[in-house]
Ligand binder design. Structure first.
Ligand SMILES: Cc1cc2nc3c(=O)[nH]c(=O)nc-3n(C[C@H](O)[C@H](O)[C@H](O)COP(=O)(O)OP(=O)(O)OC[C@H]3O[C@@H](n4cnc5c(N)ncnc54)[C@H](O)[C@@H]3O)c2cc1C
Ligand code: SF4
Ligand code: SF4
Length: 783
């Protein structure tokens, strides 16, 4: 066991300070948890300081003149159980916690500050635990796939952002929209995805879906095919574009200019227009979309979809000024003076200079893709050599092949597994006969006059240095020659800031020649924002989308308006117990190789039904444990308030708001007292079901506080314990009982309503039956 300092505090304030200055900064309550923590590092971190609160001695119970009661946080459970001034239900709850020895030592403050408890949370790895429990800073709840006898029947709660969302550059709430799709609520799903990404119909088709690499389902079978579900949801949004791209109901009176209409500019336009600002986009090309429109080939991203998206944005009232190059047709100064704020999204479209002999006789990959229509009517060489290992190179190679080149060879520095292109794209290129030569750098182009003879390459010994930085090393003596009449360079693009003019360029560019932006996508010039490739260098469409959204929110704030965030009320998480057992993911269907062409998309979307089946595989990762604190259940029923060293919290805030105490209490904030209101004519009670005496946690508990007047239930507060990650306030049952005279029929009805909307796992159906029975018994005792 690691060493720690043991300090005895004399006051809550002193204890609070000691905790604040400790390095680990985690407060946990309860002796039994503490021993477990230090013995086997359940929480991985051993504390550097342990502060003993018992020496504070705050154990007095005060009964006020109005009948309300104040319990000191250091009151032991046995003291509460013996105290006749305490409501009956709370005395019963205190008495039902564990053994007399524990009740004599455990305090009420400690009891209610304990983390949610579940069987597996207390099952450390080194004692045979089998999972990275979401409560142990892991990502998975064993209840979903494994033994779930003791777990929640009302769903789970988020402990942190899911692994998949963490890996999505836009931070899309993936599990959130998957849940809505499972419920058949496509509109709800659309609203969730649109909060992070206004163009899922486009990103789903081109995104390298890093989210899937970390999906918890991959421990069990295929990862959830997130981008395929996103694609169907995106198609649904586009089908109903008038619903999701409405013009704002009122204008803000503010104006925004956007330079460039790539994904960053279009995403910014969506959010800015939603907030009611007048948005004008200057675009040098005849149509909007940037690389998505002009670079990425039609067979991967149909232009019709891009056009439909653009028309949806236009439908919101965004004004496009096409064929307008800022820096030529209008100066940047003029744009800056005309609008309240400006967003720059000009991307990275310039050819980088490699400095090899004969470079001027090669073609630039991005230009080749932009001009592909012209190539379709002219003739491509029989043989083409493409240089580069990223997705742009793959697009160039496949486009050349589909234009009719008989032999397409691709050379790149990286070995196959290091290639930056996504694996799917490399596989597709190989499938269609592209020859890939790995580990070769460019030496020079051999030529005669204007005629290209071929490319001289040199062996690349390694691409990255020991720190993983791009730093290629060559064997200059190991030179080879590839004969070819045509070379296309797809080895990167550069950012061009000349359109800014000297004044702005000097002010806002970075040492790397990009636009320097801060975390709000703001530049060094107040009111001018930037994002996408122009600020990062060549990157990903979804990165650009995120930058556009981030800029829009901060530009709105800059213009003195509140940031509007549509956050839904948090509900318990649910999953489909049968769906998560499906091992195979639903896959998009690809067109057979021989039928692939340049102007028809290579794959088709999943149907809504297929997407829903795939969404059923998502485990909605979170914690599905159940809160077993008897005291918490009863205190919520009694409508207490909790006084801390900082503030007073309602029972709902304290017990039901967030899962972990540290989410609702600040560092060093300690519970000082519990205030129980006096409520004339109310009677509380507590009943608990456990499997064996030795298992002290409530598997199901019913805490009640009820007012019966002349045989009629006038009011009631009912809380279920052991069935959800937090005490579960049974509002629906309360409504059934209020104003009614207790009877057998009422008891039956209440028991049915109590188990409505339960989410039964494989082995915890017995909890549902127990709850039903306990609720019926409770009402029958009132007859
Ligand atoms: C061939 C290719 C394939 C790619 N494949 C993928 C992929 O599969 N997946 C993926 O995620 N990413 C891919 N990318 C990268 C992705 O497309 C970019 O990261 C993304 O488009 C960047 O978005 P952006 O908003 O920064 O700008 P861009 O899309 O570059 O748009 C910038 C816009 O600004 C306009 N503009 C520039 N200068 C001016 C000016 N002075 N005045 C007015 N308008 C101007 C341009 O015409 C253009 O419309 C690919 C890139 C290329 C080139
Ligand atoms: S945008 Fe990309 S990374 Fe994000 S959820 Fe969609 S496919 Fe995954
Ligand atoms: S199972 Fe669902 S929530 Fe969990 S990581 Fe995979 S997609 Fe995300």
């Amino acid at each position: 066991m690691r060493k720690f300092e043991h300090k005895e505090a004399k006051t809550f304030e002193e204890a609070s300070e000691l905790i604040k200055v400790s390095k680990s900064g985690t407060s946990i309550a309860g002796g039994t948890d503490l021993v477990g923590l230090m013995k086997s590092a359940i929480l991985e971190k051993t504390p550097d300081v342990v502060v003993d609160l018992k020496t504070i001695g705050a154990k007095e119970t005060t009964v006020n003149e109005d009948g309300s009661i104040v319990l000191g946080a250091m009151n032991t459970l046995s003291e509460i159980s013996d105290d006749e001034s305490v409501p009956t239900g709370l005395r019963k709850a205190a008495n039902s916690v564990a053994t007399p020895i524990i009740r004599n030592a455990a305090t009420i403050g400690g009891n209610i500050c304990q983390d949610v408890r579940c069987w597996y949370y207390r099952y450390p790895h080194n004692q045979g635990g089998r999972l990275d429990c979401a409560r142990k800073d892991g990502d998975l709840c064993y209840a979903v796939l494994g033994d779930n006898r003791y777990h929640s029947i009302f769903g789970g709660m988020k402990t942190a952002r899911t692994k998949c969302s963490n890996e999505c550059p836009a931070g899309t709430d993936i599990s959130g929209y998957m849940e809505k799709i499972r419920q058949g609520d496509w509109d709800g799903a659309a609203k969730i995805i649109l909060r992070a990404n206004p163009m899922p119909m486009l990103t789903s088709r081109v995104c390298p879906h890093t989210c899937q690499t970390k999906c918890n389902q991959s421990n069990h079978g295929d990862s959830v095919n997130i981008h395929a579900v996103e694609r169907t949801l995106g198609d649904y949004i586009l089908k109903n574009k008038s619903t999701y791209f409405p013009a704002p109901s009122s204008e803000s009176g503010k104006s925004v200019g956007i330079v460039g209409s790539g994904p960053a500019g279009l995403a910014a336009a969506f959010y800015l227009r939603k907030m009611g600002h007048a948005v004008t986009i200057f675009e040098k090309m005849p149509e909007a979309g940037g690389v998505l429109m002009y670079g990425i080939p039609e067979y991967r991203l149909p232009k019709a979809l891009m056009r439909e998206y653009n028309s949806a944005i236009e439908g919101m009232g965004v004004v496009f000024k096409f064929n307008t190059t800022v820096g030529e047709d209008i100066s940047f100064e003029e744009v800056e003076e005309t609008f309240d704020t400006v967003f720059i999204d000009t991307g990275a479209w310039k050819q980088p200079i490699l400095g090899i002999d004969g470079e001027n006789l090669t073609q630039f990959g991005l230009n080749f893709l932009v001009e592909v229509k012209q190539w379709m009517t002219s003739k491509i060489d029989e043989e083409v050599l493409v240089c580069g290992g990223g997705n742009v190179a793959m697009d160039v190679a496949l486009t050349a092949k589909r234009l009719g080149a008989k032999k397409v060879t691709l050379v790149c520095l990286e070995q196959r597994e290091q290639m930056p292109a996504s694996k799917e794209e490399v596989d597709r290129a190989l499938e269609e006969g592209v020859i890939i030569l790995n580990g070769l750098g460019l030496n020079k182009v051999r030529y005669e006059g204007d005629k290209v003879l071929g490319l001289e390459t040199k062996k690349c010994l390694h691409v990255f240095d020991e720190k993983g930085r791009f730093s290629p090393v060559y064997d200059e003596a190991d030179v080879s020659f590839i004969e070819t009449p045509s070379i296309i360079l797809a080895t990167g693009q550069r950012v061009d800031l000349d359109f800014l003019g000297d004044h702005f360029k000097d002010e806002i560019q970075s040492v790397r020649g990009l636009i320097e932006v801060g975390e709000h996508n703001d530049t060094r010039h107040a009111g001018v924002y930037a994002g996408g490739d122009v600020a990062t260098g060549p990157s990903l469409a979804i990165q650009a989308v995120r930058a556009g959204g981030n800029a829009a929110r901060n530009m709105t704030k800059y213009m003195g308006m509140p940031m509007v965030l549509e956050i839904e009320k948090e509900a318990f998480l649910t999953f489909d117990p049968e769906g998560v057992k499906l091992v195979k993911a639903s896959q998009l269907v690809d067109t057979p190789v021989e039928k692939r062409c340049l102007d028809v998309e290579d794959s088709s979307s999943l149907t809504e039904m297929e997407a829903a089946v795939e969404a059923s595989r998502c485990m909605n990762c979170g914690c599905y444990s159940s809160n077993a604190s008897d005291m918490a259940n009863m205190l919520l029923a009694l409508d207490v308030t909790v006084e801390t060293t900082v503030r007073t919290l309602s029972g709902v805030e304290f017990f039901s708001d967030k899962l972990r105490p540290e989410y609702k209490l600040e560092r060093g904030e300690l519970v000082k007292a519990i205030h129980i209101p006096s409520r004339d004519g109310w009677k509380s009670d507590y009943a608990k079901f456990r499997l064996r005496k030795a298992i002290d946690f409530a598997l199901v508990a019913v805490a009640s506080d009820i007012k019966v007047v002349d045989g009629t239930i006038e009011d009631i507060r009912l809380v279920f314990g052991g069935v959800a990650p937090v005490p579960f306030r049974a509002s629906a049952v309360e409504e059934v009982l209020k104003g009614q005279v207790p009877s057998k029929e009422l008891a039956l009805k209440a028991s049915e309503v109590a188990v409505e909307n339960v989410m039964v796992m494989r082995d915890n159906g017995y909890k549902v039956e127990s709850l039903r029975t306990m609720v019926r018994d409770f009402v029958e005792t009132l007859i």
